[in-house]
Design a protein around this ligand. Structure first.
Ligand code: GDP
Length: 524
């Protein structure tokens, strides 16, 4: 085995997805704690708070009690190197989450046992489905009176259209929650909210008399249920899991540390190592010797005094070494990267080495864009980083016309970061913002004021939807001639059709059958 193959085999890169309040932050924190990456559970929350204190524009996120930005945490666990990518919980920032999901190899889905499968979970699962991302399920809050476990599995199977393979089975719930039976090694882990790591004792075998001693009448209940579950549910099938058709299910209580270890072990034992990634011309295998990667997220610097940004790059093949010269394919430029950042659980360190599956942060002043591919020379373009047709539009109106330049620059940069989409109609000087969620506008207004010194109001406007155009030059020109008022350029200079309503869009499509009107655009 080469060094590269060895490093590859031990990497796991995943994200946690859930409906807000299901327990994503809690699980993140507990995973880091069980992984030994933080000393005291509570630090992630504290760190989030500290970050708020040092960052002006994130005041907004504090005020609203939501997390706007994603971040990355790397930590070793057993022999593995785990990369955990955080995603914003609020659906108004779903584009950011979708892009982050393009950079992982698997996901952990957290379900609240009281609420079952919720709307946001369904949306996110839909995105995972597009790439057949393997999903582990953690059913959380078993310390509360929730839905019957068997009904929860049914709900997952019917609403999310994948088989469930229970890996553990809960013993009671709420006040009667005693622990779980581990179906695959025939052990019982007992829940104790006062034990340091949530578990007081582990015993072997359903017939063990110690079981009756510890949980009395619930022991026979458990034996019967396990028999039922074994008969009625799906057995774990690794192939099905790896192709997104089946999800292994774990039960627990994140806040009480219970069940967390099983999830962490499953990530190491079951989840895939870095997978091949599609590029325009070919698939790129993670064990190729030459370095390649793509940028899935741009984040403004946490420190508002410096306007530099960090591009989050997922390494897709080879190895990144400090000082390495890499090519930004979209610009045809070589970049010597000395100051890339690795995001450890507690700190940021300068990256000396990174392998496929790892995420590195590259500081820059706006030269790196979302979707950019970097290589050791090959003209590759990774595909699949989506931009979605917005259905919310606003016209930016500046309070002080002398600041027009700053406004244009600010909007352009925020569009490149993916904070909003920007459209410039060809027939006017309007600056139109497009968003998927309305809070995006608030973030943009706040950041324009805080970072660019521009006071701006956003007025409603008549556009209802947008489509990216693909076609031969002549066909696009014909559309331009016929409907000049609807034509615009997006932030990257691509032609877009803006429609005031669906009927108008439909008519334009019928009249110009040779032009493709795309609802999502892949960013290059
Ligand atoms: P997120 O919005 O998905 O990140 O959810 P959080 O991790 O912030 O959790 C939402 C709320 O649920 C918080 O008040 C947590 O303390 C609580 N919570 C998390 N896990 C559990 C659990 O296992 N049992 C109970 N009863 N509450 C939990």
């Amino acid at each position: 085995m080469t060094e590269l193959q060895h490093e590859l085999a031990r990497r796991r890169t995943f994200a946690i997805i859930s409906h807000p309040d299901a327990g994503k932050t809690t699980l993140t924190e507990k995973l880091l704690w069980f992984g030994g990456a933080i000393q005291v559970a509570g630090e992630v929350r504290a760190r989030k708070a500290a970050r708020h204190a040092t960052s002006d524009w994130m005041e907004l996120e504090k005020q609203r009690g939501i997390s706007v930005t994603s971040s990355v945490m790397q930590f070793p666990y057993r022999d593995a190197i785990i990369n955990l990518l955080d995603t914003p919980g609020h659906e108004d920032f779903s584009e950011d989450t979708y892009r982050t999901l393009t950079a992982v190899d698997s996901a952990v889905m957290v379900i609240d046992s009281v609420n079952g499968v919720e709307s946001r979970t369904i949306q996110l699962l839909h995105v995972c489905r597009m790439r057949d991302t393997p999903i582990l399920t953690f059913i959380n809050k078993l310390d509360r009176e929730g839905k019957e476990p068997i009904n929860l599995l049914d709900e997952i199977e019917s609403t999310l259209e994948m088989e469930c393979a229970p890996m553990t089975w809960p013993i009671g719930m709420g006040k009667r929650f005693r622990g779980v039976y581990n179906l695959y090694d025939d052990t019982i882990s007992f829940f104790d909210p006062h034990a340091e790591k949530g578990t007081s004792e582990i015993i072997k075998g359903l017939d063990n008399p110690r079981l009756d001693e510890l949980i009395a009448e619930q022991a026979d209940e458990l034996r019967m249920e396990v028999e039922l579950v074994r008969g009625a549910s799906h057995a774990f099938d690794k192939e099905k899991y790896l192709t997104g058709k089946q999800t292994p299910v774990f039960f627990g209580s994140g806040v009480n540390n219970f069940g967390v270890q099983s999830v962490l072990d499953a990530i190491v034992d079951l989840s895939p190592m870095p997978l091949a990634r599609p590029a325009e011309s070919r698939q790129v295998a993670p064990d190729e010797e030459k370095f390649s990667g793509f940028v899935f997220k741009i984040q403004a610097n946490m420190d508002p005094k410096h306007r530099d940004r960090i591009a989050f790059l997922r390494v897709c093949s080879g190895r990144f070494e400090r000082g390495m010269k890499i090519k930004q394919v979209s610009q045809g430029k070589q970049l010597a990267v000395n100051n890339a950042i690795t995001f450890m659980a507690q700190d940021r360190n300068t990256t000396d080495l990174a392998y496929s599956g790892d995420i590195i942060g590259i500081p820059n002043h706006g030269t790196i864009r979302l979707g950019d591919t970097f290589t050791e020379g090959e003209d590759l373009k990774f595909t699949g980083i989506p931009s979605f047709a917005p259905d919310l539009f606003r016209r930016a109106q500046i309070k002080n016309p002398l600041k027009m330049k700053q406004l244009q620059k600010g909007l352009q940069q925020l569009a490149e970061e993916g904070a909003t989409q920007l459209f410039k109609p060809l027939a006017s000087n309007d600056l139109i913002l497009g968003a998927v969620g309305v809070l995006q506008f608030d973030v943009v207004a706040y950041r324009l004021a805080a970072e660019y010194g521009v006071e701006c109001v956003f007025e409603s406007c008549s556009w209802a939807t947008a489509r990216w155009l693909r076609g031969k030059d002549d066909d696009i020109k014909a559309l331009l001639d016929k409907a000049p008022a609807n034509m615009a350029l997006d932030g990257a200079g691509d032609y877009v059709y803006l429609a005031p309503n669906r009927v108008n869009l439909q008519m334009a499509q019928e009249r110009h059958p040779n032009v493709k009107f795309l609802e999502t655009r892949e960013i290059y």
